[in-house]
Design a protein around this ligand. Structure first.
Ligand code: UFG
Length: 339
């Protein structure tokens, strides 16, 4: 049995990935410093799996602690999620982002290397593509200059991984570029748990529907798109988690074609903000309080994935429908509210 270390494994994406890895026959060590999440999802993961998992409370900015973790377990692959992710906050406090997101990744790679763990998977983002009119974006599409320090840390971490793979014999790296992950596990035991006011669309929608927020603002309806609202590629969180299992398996089975590979993780289907809102209302049989607001600075008009490479190389494809995903997001919000 292979062992995978999931850094940031108690967070939104990490917890769903942990479930899928264990259900696919991997040993998983979850590591998190709980700086941006509580124990809810980790406990939910254990409930779904019906057993306890090893949990290490580690800050990967602590090089010695990172090293000790790799010394304690025999780790075959590491998936690195541990990072800050709020775009606005990164603009206000760039050093927080450069300090944490870069240092933790450098420490993870160094510790992995020192202990013979050669397989490193990095959680990147479609944000690296920036604003482009060549849609859908492929893995070969040129990256645009980052529009926020957060986005820049994703680009720099991709480069760090690429350079390490090139320099250090034996190391393999995969960067997965996520589009917009949404939804929750069908059990409603794990899901997105934003702190404070949500910055992302779906948690804002579910919190408005439950009554925690008064009204959803739709940021701009004058974009050059069919209904004037922005287009995104919303990928179900469980589908996204399964892409990680496929990528890790490709690595540990020695099936990579290049030592450093990049894959888009999306559905390939653009959905507008308005379409998402009306689909949410339809599948959950409710009315959402919303208004049209000015554009949000920094938003790109449209982005969606070309998924052909991932389908061919990872043998992975998104399968859950937007209806199912939005129903799962609502079920999770209701569960949190005890309804
Ligand atoms: N939106 C609203 N109202 C809200 C929140 C969002 O209308 O209250 C709109 C946005 O304007 C955008 C769409 O919903 O058109 C999606 O917005 P999100 O904030 O959910 O997602 P983004 O596409 O902005 O975010 C993604 C990734 C981030 C990444 C960012 C880069 O989730 O990790 O792109 O800009 F950093």
């Amino acid at each position: 049995m292979k062992t995978v270390l999931v850094s940031g494994g108690a967070g939104y994406i990490g917890s769903h990935v942990t479930v899928e890895l264990v259900q696919s026959g991997y040993n998983v060590v979850v590591a998190d410093n709980f700086s941006n999440c509580d124990r809810t999802c980790f406990e939910g993961v254990q409930k779904i799996l019906g057993r306890e998992l090893p949990l290490e409370v580690v800050d990967f900015c602590d090089a010695a602690a990172s090293d000790a973790l790799f010394a304690k377990y025999h780790i075959d692959a590491v998936i690195h999620f541990a990072a800050f992710k709020a775009v606005g906050e990164s603009v206000a406090d760039p050093l927080k982002y450069y300090g944490n997101n870069l240092e933790s990744f450098v420490n993870v790679i160094s510790a992995a290397r020192a202990h013979g763990c050669n397989n490193i998977l990095f959680s990147s983002s479609a944000t690296v593509y920036g604003e482009t009119d060549k849609l859908p974006v492929t893995e070969q599409s040129e990256r645009q200059p980052a529009t926020s320090p957060y986005g820049n840390t994703k680009q720099i971490c991709e480069d760090i991984l690429r350079d390490c793979v090139k320099a250090y014999e034996g190391i393999h790296g995969i960067a997965l570029r996520y589009f917009n992950p949404i939804g929750a596990h069908p059990s409603a035991l794990i899901g997105e748990l934003p702190r404070g006011v949500p910055a992302n669309l779906v948690p804002y929608i579910t919190q408005t529907a439950i009554g925690k927020r008064e009204c959803l603002s739709i940021f701009g309806n004058d974009y050059p798109t069919p209904d004037g609202t922005c287009l995104r590629d919303y990928i179900d969180i469980v589908d996204l988690a399964k892409a990680h299992v496929a990528a890790v398996t490709r690595m540990v089975d020695g099936r990579m074609k290049l030592d450093y590979e990049i894959f888009n993780v999306g559905t390939g289907k653009p959905v507008s903000v308005m379409e998402l809102v009306t689909t949410f209302e339809k599948v959950n049989n409710l009315k959402l309080n919303y208004r049209i607001a000015p554009r949000r600075p920094g938003d790109v008009t449209a982005i969606w994935a070309d998924t052909a490479v991932g389908e061919k190389e990872l043998g992975w494809k998104a399968t859950r429908t937007l209806d199912e995903t939005l129903a799962s997001a609502w079920a999770w919000e209701k569960k949190l509210a005890g309804k």
